[in-house]
Design a protein around this ligand. Structure first.
Ligand code: LLP
Length: 419
């Protein structure tokens, strides 16, 4: 459910017409709906009512400060994976006591910054990493709060590039190794054992793998308890899918129902790290048709957004619905590819789609672009990154200015022998 809908044939974000945003801010522009973001956050939390979960938004999905700050104001925390994400989360006003830090490659400097900030816990992913964190915490004279990220070896049945919980993936520690490490950690002076975590993949459309992973973690928690090691936190990661096209993912209530019994029995503080499900359908990418072109083989619609703005179609072959901003009744659908100006055959936003007969100058909305959209954008082909706009009722604000050509060259300099 989102707040992008047609009114008198004009696509609006809540009460604001996208036409107005395009004329004031230009294109391409990411547009987010505050009502949708709020609704998704609240619906997710309500699904777990009774378990009082800490919802740590996976900020990698959308790092805009306004978006992170909105969730923080609703009581959320952040799941971070880098020093940069820590910095941004703190800037956005996220309570450090609600930040969890995952990822296989935290540097010592990043560990120091997170310890100094006083985050809730580190989700550690290797034996070496926990030895290093123990040393870093020792240097700073503090105890680092830790959980081990377990790789439960369950198949998330999603795209291979976003599957993370299989034994062959780089993430986490297998259950038996984790058990041994907890026993060692109990004797390490600068680590404080907090809990256990996992994250098995993204865009899951079935609850079964979540339930299986949760069961495997519960068995480990019980084994640890029997060995005298009591955990406080159970972090089940993120991964709940959304509807891009015709997927029917579980809704948050069904997702919660699949986990509640096991989680309730353990009596640990529940942490969740949703990303996509909170922001994916709360954002779209607004762009304009530059040209249309009919070749002997195909019809192409060339727009001013490209793979540097939204890489998901090129990278994962993912589907994003394409909507016209102005509906023209009675128009016949035509099959076309929507492509950007970048010099790569892989630069497409949609392929072989039934679309209205878009013409030069018309506005287009690329839907479900709020997650891993702007966050994965780049400057490839020296294209300044898009603007970001947040809509709230009948108001909107630019929450990130469009980059300029000067931004493209910022930080570059010539070595002294070329000057
Ligand atoms: N927690 C951890 C440790 C993660 O690695 C991720 C996502 C999440 C939580 C949030 O997962 P979500 O709820 O969003 O599924 N760029 C890809 C998705 C990569 C996901 C990486 N990890 C895409 O565009 O589909």
């Amino acid at each position: 459910m989102h707040h992008f809908a047609y009114q008198d044939g004009q696509l609006k974000a809540e009460g604001v017409s996208l036409d107005q945003i395009a004329s004031q801010v230009g294109t391409p522009t990411y547009v987010y709906s505050q009502a949708t973001l709020t609704r998704h956050f609240q619906a997710f939390g309500q699904a777990f009512a009774g378990l009082d979960p800490l919802i740590c938004f996976a900020v990698k999905a959308n790092t805009n400060r306004a978006v992170m700050g909105l969730f923080a104001s609703l009581g959320g925390g952040a799941d971070i994976v880098s020093g940069g994400e820590l910095y941004r989360a703190l800037q956005a006003g996220v309570d450090p006591g609600r930040i969890v830090y995952s990822g296989v490659g935290k540097s010592e400097a990043e560990m120091e910054a997170a310890l100094a900030a006083g985050i809730l816990m580190f989700n550690l992913e290797s034996v070496q990493e926990l030895l290093v964190l123990d040393q870093v915490a020792g240097r700073l004279g503090v105890k680092a709060p830790v959980s081990l990220r377990v790789n439960p070896d369950v198949d998330a049945q999603t795209h291979p590039k976003i599957t993370t919980g299989l034994a062959k993936n780089k993430f986490g520690l297998d259950v038996d190794l984790a058990f041994e490490q907890y026993r060692l950690m109990a004797g390490m002076p600068h680590l404080q054992i907090m809990g256990v975590s996992c994250h098995i993949g993204s865009q899951l459309t079935d609850v079964r793998p979540f339930a299986d992973a949760c069961e495997r973690l519960a068995a480990l928690v019980a084994r640890l308890k029997a060995a005298g090691i009591n955990l406080r936190v159970l972090d089940l990661g993120g991964g709940l899918g959304i509807t891009y096209n015709d997927e029917v993912p579980p809704n948050p209530a069904q997702y919660a129902a699949a986990l509640k019994q096991t989680v309730g029995r353990l009596g640990l503080r529940l942490v969740l790290e949703p990303g996509r499900v909170l922001v994916g359908n709360a954002g779209l990418l607004l762009c304009r048709v530059l040209y249309t072109k009919q070749t002997p083989a195909k019809r192409f619609i060339i727009v001013d957004a490209a793979m540097n703005d939204l890489v998901r179609p090129s990278f994962y072959d993912s589907y994003h619905a394409i909507w016209p901003v102005s509906q023209r009744p009675g128009e016949e659908a035509m099959v076309a590819d929507v492509v950007g100006p970048i010099c790569e055959t892989g630069d497409f936003l949609a392929r072989q789609r039934d679309l209205p007969a878009f013409e030069r100058g018309q506005l287009m909305a690329i839907m479900s672009a709020g997650a891993y959209g702007f966050a994965m954008s780049s400057n490839y082909n020296s294209r300044p990154r898009a603007a970001e706009v947040l809509v709230n009722g009948d108001r909107f604000g630019v929450v990130r200015a469009r980059e300029t050509y000067e931004d493209l060259c910022r930080g570059e300099s010539l070595p002294e022998w070329m000057r």
